[in-house]
Design a protein around this ligand. Structure first.
Ligand SMILES: NC(=O)c1ccc[n+]([C@@H]2O[C@H](COP(=O)([O-])OP(=O)(O)OC[C@H]3O[C@@H](n4cnc5c(N)ncnc54)[C@H](O)[C@@H]3O)[C@@H](O)[C@H]2O)c1
Ligand SMILES: Nc1ncnc2c1ncn2[C@@H]1O[C@H](COP(=O)(O)O)[C@@H](O)[C@H]1O
Ligand SMILES: O=P(O)(O)OP(=O)(O)O
Length: 262
């Protein structure tokens, strides 16, 4: 990858889009992970206003610290970056209180995990409307178009996606080029939605490099019959996620009314 040229391309793309749309800048959620660190830095490089939000919901202190360290680094390099912390823990707790209880708490773990991502989306759009900003998405190509590993209308609810044509390994290359803090580069990717330190790999059962390999194999037209052992396992994991989450990657189904019924 021609890293410098890719960075310049994305920065110009962001700037052109915002200028054409008569927008003042960008708002981005910063989690202490690599994708949001890279996205916020690319937005900062546009010179337009950048608001980064740190929005903990029962968050591990290590994640909060990484996010704050990143923002400090960003602000020491780019004067156009502002930060706001919005503690969503009481908001989340109060929503849980308002919802009817369930017999078995485990039944709603996934629903509540995704609710966290949607509370963050709601907060990002509050600031976008307030300041005439766009919500910059942080999804990469494997998450967004491979395994669909994001919350529909949560972290998937954004206005534009600067890094969604980049594989996770390419995001790391850009992070190194941009000088992103080493603790962010070293951190295991995590969705941080569970109140513990489980990683994306723990949840999915395959690493991002493995998923990228499977994505490339599908693009080459390979099938299960071409693989065995761990490769077969990874290929099956990838295709299962891709199939189950296809609904997130395509326009929502609209019930078309036949002309003769109108
Ligand atoms: N980047 C990250 O690391 C990241 C961020 C957030 C979430 N995640 C992970 O992503 C996963 C999100 O969970 P999810 O995918 O179950 O929840 P989701 O809310 O993203 O998608 C499920 C919802 O989509 C709708 N739906 C389901 N099947 C459909 C179909 N065939 N057609 C149309 N709509 C359909 C339903 O409303 C369902 O509740 C979790 O595992 C979470 O941990 C990862
Ligand atoms: N604690 C957080 N504060 C701000 N923004 C956050 C936080 N956690 C997640 N985000 C945003 O959501 C996306 C996806 O998160 P994953 O950790 O990959 O699930 C992240 O890039 C932030 O923009
Ligand atoms: O989206 P982020 O920034 O939280 O990155 P990761 O998914 O690698 O934790």
């Amino acid at each position: 990858m021609q890293t410098e040229k890719v960075v310049n391309h994305i920065v110009n793309w962001l700037k052109d889009y915002a200028n054409n749309a008569k927008i003042n800048g960008f708002v981005i959620g910063v989690s202490g992970g690599i994708d949001s660190a890279v996205t916020s830095t690319l937005c900062a490089k546009t010179g337009l206003d950048v608001l980064v939000l740190e929005m903990p919901i029962h968050q591990a202190q290590s994640q909060v610290n990484r996010a704050i360290n990143h923002v400090n680094w960003l602000q020491s390099n780019y004067t156009n970056v502002l930060m706001t912390q919005v503690n969503l823990t009481p908001v989340f707790d109060s929503l849980v209180q308002a919802l009817p209880s369930v017999k078995n708490e485990e039944d709603r773990f996934m629903s509540l995990a995704n609710t966290r991502a949607r509370l963050r989306m709601t907060t990002l759009y509050y600031f976008a409307a307030l300041h005439n900003y766009l919500v910059a998405g942080t999804g990469n190509k494997v998450e967004d178009f491979g395994v669909g590993f994001y919350t529909k209308y949560g972290d998937g609810g954004v206005d534009l996606s600067p890094i969604a044509d980049l594989l996770k390994t390419e995001v790391y290359e850009i992070a190194k080029y941009l000088g992103i803090n080493q603790d962010i580069i070293d951190a295991q990717p995590t969705d941080g939605l569970w109140g513990d330190d489980r990683t994306d790999e723990d949840q999915i059962g395959a690493s991002y490099p493995e998923l990228e390999w499977a994505m490339a194999m599908v693009e080459k037209g390979k099938s299960e019959a071409d693989f065995s052992g761990r490769e077969l396992e990874v290929f099956k994991i990838y295709t299962r996620y891709n199939r189950n989450n296809k609904h997130k990657m395509v326009p929502i189904p609209v019930c078309e009314i036949p002309e003769n019924l109108k």
